[in-house]
Design a protein around this ligand. Sequence first.
Ligand code: UDP
Length: 238
Amino acid sequence: MTLPKINRILLKLSGEVLMGQGQFGIDPDTCDRVAREVKAATETGLQVCMVVGGGNIFRGLAGAAKGFDRASADYMGMLATVMNALAMQNALEKLGIDTRVQSAIPMASVCEPYIRRKAERHMEKGRVVIFAAGTGLPFFTTDTTAALRAAEMKCDALFKGTSVDGVYDADPKKVPTAKRYDSLTFSRVLADDLKVMDASAVALCRDNDIPIVVFNIRDDGNLAAVLRGEGTATIVRN
Ligand code: UDP
């Protein structure tokens, strides 16, 4: 896998990554481990911003299936992402990394509101910016948020940290013969409905020419290795 020249990335983590081995909620040790991955990436001079999901706490669709109004459930999901963002901020700051959380739903006593130009300034100063509360709009996902913020922040790539080392033609946890792709085009991902990110996120990245790198965030040192062009991952590009 050959990466383009990268100065700035957006790292997308689903909420499930922060559960660690648990079934629900936030595992502090896992946050610390992810923070070490981010630290290693920033030490190479790379600018990093992040979007964290909320699925480890609350998902709007699941809430709606249980009878909550969908829009209200989505707002609950967005609030869950703020909790995850604060947990990651805490873990990063323990390692001495300056971090700012910016929320798409303003909550002045908790974090900054999302202001694109301010976020860019933070990144230029070497701070990690964590975008919380998704887009601030119901009926969207944090995958779409990640693609949107990556475009707004002029990121060179969107790194999607998962529990597998790339995109496969079948679920590698269920099908032992599943084949991993080294690289894929956006149109192939959309045409074959490959599970990379949701379709609106893939289309946004395609339209803005932002490659998506799918890699395993659970392997220690893997983010830095993939950034060096080593390590295993799948790159999706035009
Ligand atoms: N959400 C939303 N609008 C957004 C982003 C997220 O309504 O722009 C809600 C939605 O209910 C979603 C929840 O927040 O289920 C958590 O986000 P997501 O499911 O994307 O988290 P992940 O799967 O990455 O953990």
